[in-house]
Design a protein. Structure first.
Lengths: 398, 287
């Protein structure tokens, strides 16, 4: 990442969850409704200390389930407040109904999603089944490789969500335990910088504006329902531009610019891995090892998963001969994992498109090592050599 | 020890209860913290099951999520570990499919009354034959000490730094009002009563709810300045309760804020759900 001389930042060593709690404190939302679940609990636990210490103005409600947590956020947001929450796994699953209400009502709610596997069997460790399951719920999804990215993403999420061209909820995803509980040195922005960056939120049609009464969530039958969805679909597609703008502005202010995707050694790469979140870091190490041996290997890491950056993918993978998309979630007998599915579709219209295969990795916290990444690159070189993919989609290491 | 030197004639030998026949030994040691009340409840339950004379394979134990809900992992019955708050609904499906099974639900106050409150009351309302043990430690233990729907007003937890503000549920009153036909309160301090109560609960046909006051020294104890598990047991379970029998001779003033302990409600008249269901089926089929 670039230097951060532009801002009065200071460095600090924090876990991912502490950094998210701190970002929430600096954002100082109006309402935070929560229910605890591992591994996201400490985000809220630490945030509740800020509340107890009077460091924020937030109304903090500890409700009786995630179902209620998201419902309360929806109420708060509809009433005109800035609402935030955090969850993981089953908690996100229990919010299902409400996720669609939040996006359908165009409410800019912000949620930290600390990625964790879904039961059964019960598992508290990282994979992306939870947020991938929510990929069609109309929420914008930002993924984070490091604590720094997760922290930076949360501020940007607020700005993206509340932009008038968007008005959609955003979830910021980070890997459970791997990022949420690992201590990393990151550079923090100051409280004033944070306040200035996110600005104040003034809802346009708040329910509490009794002079201009509004009605939300009303019945829409076949004559209108589809039009609502069309507008919503256009709004999330258009949010891509806003994500880019906000990423640039963040870079201008704090020295760390963000785009829709991130690449590493991809420009001249013959083969590439496409992967989300913390595993991208592991892949970078493998790339350094292989590059030292003269092998042209690269990485593409989507930062934005919804809306999906199709065009940017195509552009970035031009010239690459073989690609492996690694998914930390299965779509159980879909055409590969969710990320594979998107990337392969994106590349369909490309001339000279690369050969592309998919692997499921790291479910329920199973390790993804540099050796795994190296083995994938070796397999990709075989594909380049033979022009053939043996197994299109497979589970890795089980 | 020189016990063998004593005359053997009048000595009553108490054979230690063999818990091992009911336990999955490969799953031990358990996850519970030292001083946690959950282990005491497990042991009392196993003794009660033994006294009732149930076969291991005729029992199905179901739980949600929480420290308390880890209980089924350790017992050698048919067991189902489900979702946070949903155990009574899973159990309802099991019981309806196989009414011969003895269904026992182990749940926490958070599991049963917060996220699962709705399932809890509707299970009671149906009066379906199962025994629900609510391990009531007034806190969410597993997620690190947040307040629950049974946390007394003023108590400190990680989400009530200035003392809990919300009024707690009375688990037993709620179960009774919702329609459970056997409702009792026990504690992990009064272990013999606990065993007897659990036996009666299992033997009752219909929804039996037993709220068991136990302790989470790690979170509730530490945050509320109770130095040890035994101090918690004395304060909350011993001094904080009075048996139904003792209460008969006490005025409301004398009972004060203490909770009643023992069988609080036992209705043997109301029809049980599976029986009703079978009768309805017969009627509908014109038999
Ligand atoms: C849908 C969902 N939300 C949150 C959780 C996290 N969670 C696990 S156990 C628990 C609380 C358990 O408290 P209680 O039932 O009182 O049991 P104890 O641990 O105190 O025995 C919570 C909130 C979860 N597993 N699933
Ligand atoms: S955290 Fe509390 S409830 Fe959980 S095992 Fe430890 S003492 Fe028991």
């Amino acid at each position: 990442m670039a230097d951060n001389t532009a801002s009065k930042t200071k460095n600090s060593a924090l876990t991912g969850n502490s950094a998210m709690a701190l970002a929430m404190k600096q954002i100082d939302p109006d309402v935070c409704a929560v229910y605890p679940i591992t591994p996201s609990t400490t985000v809220i636990e630490e945030f509740s200390s800020y509340v107890a210490d009077g460091a924020v103005e937030t109304e903090f409600v500890t409700v009786e389930s995630e179902h209620s947590a998201m419902s309360a956020c929806i109420g708060a947001s509809a009433a005109g407040g800035r609402a935030m929450t955090a969850t993981s796994s089953q908690g996100l699953a229990l919010m299902w109904e409400m996720l669609y209400i939040a996006s359908g009502m165009r409410l800019p709610i912000i949620m930290t999603t600390v990625n964790r596997a879904l039961a059964a069997p019960i598992n508290i460790h990282c994979d992306h089944s939870d947020s991938m399951g929510a990929r069609d719920s109309g929420w914008i999804q930002l993924y984070s490789e490091t604590v720094q990215e997760a922290y930076d993403n949360l501020f940007q999420a607020v700005k993206i969500a509340e932009d008038e061209r968007v008005l959609l909820p955003v979830m910021v995803c980070l890997d459970g335990f791997i990022t949420s509980h690992a201590i990393e040195v990151l550079s923090l922005i100051t409280d004033d910088e944070a306040k200035d960056f996110v600005g104040d939120y003034t809802a346009k049609h708040p329910l509490l504006d009794t002079d201009n009464p509004a009605s939300m969530g009303a019945l829409a039958l076949p004559d209108t329902y589809m039009d609502f969805k069309h507008v919503q679909s256009d709004a999330i597609a258009a949010s891509k531009e806003v994500v880019i703008e906000v990423g640039k502005e963040f870079g201008k202010r704090f020295g760390r610019e963000y785009g829709l995707i991130d690449t590493y050694q991809l420009e001249d790469a013959d083969v590439a891995i496409v992967i989300l979140n913390s595993a991208a870091g592991t892949t970078r190490v493998a790339i350094d090892e292989l590059r030292a041996k003269g092998l042209k290997v690269g990485l593409l890491k989507p930062r934005l998963f919804r809306p999906f950056p199709h065009a940017e993918m195509v552009e970035a993978l031009k010239g690459v001969k073989a690609v492996c998309v690694l998914d930390r979630a299965d779509s159980f007998s879909g055409f590969g994992g969710p990320l594979f599915n998107e990337v392969r579709s994106a590349l369909y219209d490309m001339e000279d498109r690369p050969k592309i295969m998919g692997r499921i990795y790291g479910l329920g916290g199973k390790d993804y090592t540099t050796e795994n990444a190296v083995a994938i690159y070796e397999a990709l070189f075989d594909v380049v050599k033979t022009g053939k993919i043996d197994t299109l989609n497979d589970y890795m290491g089980s | 020890m020189s016990t063998d030197a004593k005359p053997a004639k009048k000595q009553k030998l108490s054979v230690p209860f063999d818990y091992s026949k009911y336990l999955r030994k490969d799953k031990l040691p358990h996850i519970w913290c030292p001083g946690c009340g959950h282990g005491i409840i497990l042991k009392a339950l196993l003794r009660a099951v033994d006294k009732v004379g149930l076969e291991k394979d005729d029992i199905c134990m179901v739980s949600g999520i929480g420290c308390s809900s880890r209980t089924p992992g350790y017992v050698d019955f048919n067991t189902l570990h489900t979702l946070h708050g949903r155990a009574p609904s899973f159990a309802t499906g099991i019981k309806l499919t196989n009414p011969e099974l003895n269904v026992i639900v182990t749940t926490g106050d958070g599991d049963a009354l917060a996220i699962g409150g709705n399932h809890f009351i509707h299970t009671c309302r149906r009066n379906i034959d199962m025994t629900i043990l609510v391990y009531s430690n007034a806190i969410y233990g597993m997620t690190g000490g947040q307040f629950s729907p049974t946390t007394p007003i003023g108590s400190f937890t990680h989400t009530s730094s200035y003392g809990a503000m919300e009024p707690p549920f009375d688990t037993c009153e709620m179960a009774k009002a919702a329609g459970a036909t056997f409702v009792a309160r026990a504690t992990s301090y009064h272990v013999q009563d606990l065993e007897k109560t659990l036996k009666a609960a299992i033997e009752h046909k219909g929804t039996s709810v037993v709220e068991i006051l136990d302790e989470c020294p790690v979170y509730f104890g530490r945050l509320n300045k109770m130095r040890s598990a035994s101090q918690m047991m004395e304060k909350i379970e011993k001094e904080g309760t009075v048996s139904v029998k003792q209460a008969e001779n006490l005025s409301p003033e004398e009972i004060g804020g203490r909770l009643l302990r023992g069988i609080l409600h036992h209705d043997t008249e109301t029809a049980e759900y599976c029986d009703q269901y079978a009768a309805l089926t017969e009627r509908a089929q014109g038999k």
